[in-house]
Design a protein around this ligand. Structure first.
Ligand code: NAP
Length: 473
């Protein structure tokens, strides 16, 4: 027996100890948004020897922080500095411009990594299921947000802002973002990192009335006080709330008085303030807050587009009240409709998917199929729990997933090819330009420099080809 053969025999029979200097734990993270970066951070802080390869289908990292956070909220994007620190950690690599499920299959990934954490977010929107929802004048908030944020997949979307009335369905923070972008003047947006194509369209906007429509009451609104407060501070738009909409039922009063939910009380105070101001103002635009109205149909048969709404009444216990239609209908002029009723995830071949919830089914981050854990596959962020919470919510969420992954380490099947070079070689064989973190920094610098020329924080590249070109230069 030659010494070489002996070594191989030993390595086959000895269990491989993952997380050691000799054999670091190899984890692929799919998605480079908050869920992905907090998962990477938790892995590096675990005290184990780890190698983290973070994949993203786009050449640019940071997911929803780059393409979801509103351009006029630059402070929220400061969290990128935290993610950059993670990217500097020894053992971290970024592999941008690679779509898992297309460029590399999940099975292939598992050849190179001991575990895979999916942190790919919720990339599409929920539907309302009403007639007219698919009319060209009806858009999802997801599309609009991605368009004004310069997402390459959405840059060619067209939004006709030549009418006077825009209606947004939903009272979450995404609806608030959409309403605020429509309400702001060009002066309020021009120095942000808003995509130039969006700024140009918004500068010709004729929208004067923005209607935010919620199916439940002011106490159940999902927006947060900081976002609501901004409507009282806009240069050219005045918030309008009808005083009678603030007459709430006994169950809502209990919800309002819940000391554990101070945001609800703050929202109500702000809405009361807006109601007291009335609707008259020198400002050109109005943003109307509607409560207890549910969309029934978007009618676009002639040049006059309108939304049919049905009045609702709240039913149920405090904290669990739902909206029930009352049969009383009303109409709202609606030249352009935005549906902002929540996001949902999209499936990846080779990973179980819960169609109803739009997430990867999981038990505290461990991906499950028919109730059983699928070894080695994990979920973090919105694809794990659904589209809820703020950016920081993902920190504890990803930490929980990583804690369970580390607890599973003794049972994890060690990957067959623990070689980062082998992954790169396979990708390059497929003629795909990988964007690593240094290449991304080149793109980043080029965008900032483009922005400086026009007094903006950055001017994003809005095509993949431009980004790849900047990385090559
Ligand atoms: P969201 O907070 O879940 O709000 C969804 C809204 O849509 C709710 O008002 C909901 O009403 C309504 N809705 C759902 N289905 C409906 C239907 N069929 N008809 C009418 N209305 C319907 O979702 P989101 O606004 O997309 O935000 C997602 C997450 O991102 C949230 O956690 C949000 O706070 C976060 N976010 C944060 C910021 C920020 O911090 N600045 C910015 C953007 C997003 P019901 O309550 O009645 O279901």
């Amino acid at each position: 027996m030659t010494p070489n053969v002996e070594v191989q025999t030993i390595s086959r029979t000895m269990p491989i100890q993952l997380g050691t200097p000799d054999r670091p734990l190899r984890v692929a993270i799919i998605g480079s948004g908050p869920g992905g970066f907090y998962a990477a951070d938790a892995l590096f802080n675990s005290g184990m020897n780890v190698k983290v390869a973070m994949f993203d289908r786009l050449p640019a990292p940071f997911g929803l922080v780059r393409y979801g956070v509103a351009p006029d909220h630059p402070k929220i994007k400061n969290v990128i500095k935290v993610y950059e620190k993670v990217a500097e950690k020894n053992g971290f690599s970024f592999l941008g411009n690679i779509t898992i499920g297309k460029d590399l299959s999940v099975d292939e990934l598992r050849t190179f990594y001991d575990a895979v954490i999916f942190a790919c977010g919720s990339q599409t929107e929920k539907h309302m299921g009403i007639p007219g929802e698919d009319d060209p004048a009806s858009h999802s908030a997801t599309e609009f947000v991605a368009w004004y944020n310069g997402h390459p997949d959405f840059r060619t979307r067209a939004f006709d802002l030549s009418g006077e009335s825009a209606v947004i369905i939903g009272l979450g923070n995404v609806a608030m973002d959409v309403a605020r972008i429509l309400s702001k003047s060009v002066d309020e947006l021009k120095n942000t990192d808003i995509a130039q194509h969006a700024l140009e369209v918004l500068s010709t906007s004729k929208i004067k009335e923005i209607h935010l429509v919620g199916r439940r009451g002011p106490v159940q609104a999902a927006f947060t006080p900081a976002e609501l407060k901004e409507f009282g501070e806009l240069n050219d738009c005045h918030p309008v709330v009808r005083p009678q909409d603030l007459e709430i039922n006994a169950q809502s009063r209990v919800e309002l008085d819940n000391p554990n939910r101070p945001a609800v009380k703050k929202n109500f105070e702000l809405l009361t303030e807006y109601a007291a101001h009335g609707s008259s103002s020198q400002k050109q635009k109005r943003c109307y807050f509607h409560f207890l109205k549910s969309p029934v149909e978007f009618v676009c048969r002639d040049s006059l587009k309108k939304l049919i709404l049905e009045r609702t009444a709240l039913k149920g216990e405090p904290g669990a009240q739902s909206a029930e239609n009352t049969g009383i209908k009303e109409e709202l002029k609606c030249d352009i409709l935005f549906r902002s009723v929540g996001y949902r995830g999209v499936p990846i071949p080779g990973v179980p998917f819960d169609e109803k919830k739009g997430i990867f089914p999981n038990a505290n981050g461990r991906i499950i199929n028919d109730g059983k854990t699928v070894g080695g596959l994990y979920a973090a962020g919105w694809i794990k729990r659904g589209p809820s919470g703020v950016i920081g919510t993902n920190k504890a969420d990803s930490a929980e997933t990583v804690k369970n992954l580390l607890a599973d380490m003794p049972q994890l099947k060690a990957c067959e090819v623990p070689e980062s070079k082998a992954v790169r070689a396979l990708i390059e064989e497929r003629k795909i330009q990988v964007i690593d973190f240094n290449s991304w920094k080149k793109i980043d610098a080029a965008e900032i420099s483009r922005g400086q020329k026009s007094g903006k924080l950055r001017e994003k590249f809005v095509t993949i080809e431009e980004m790849l070109q900047a990385a090559r230069s």
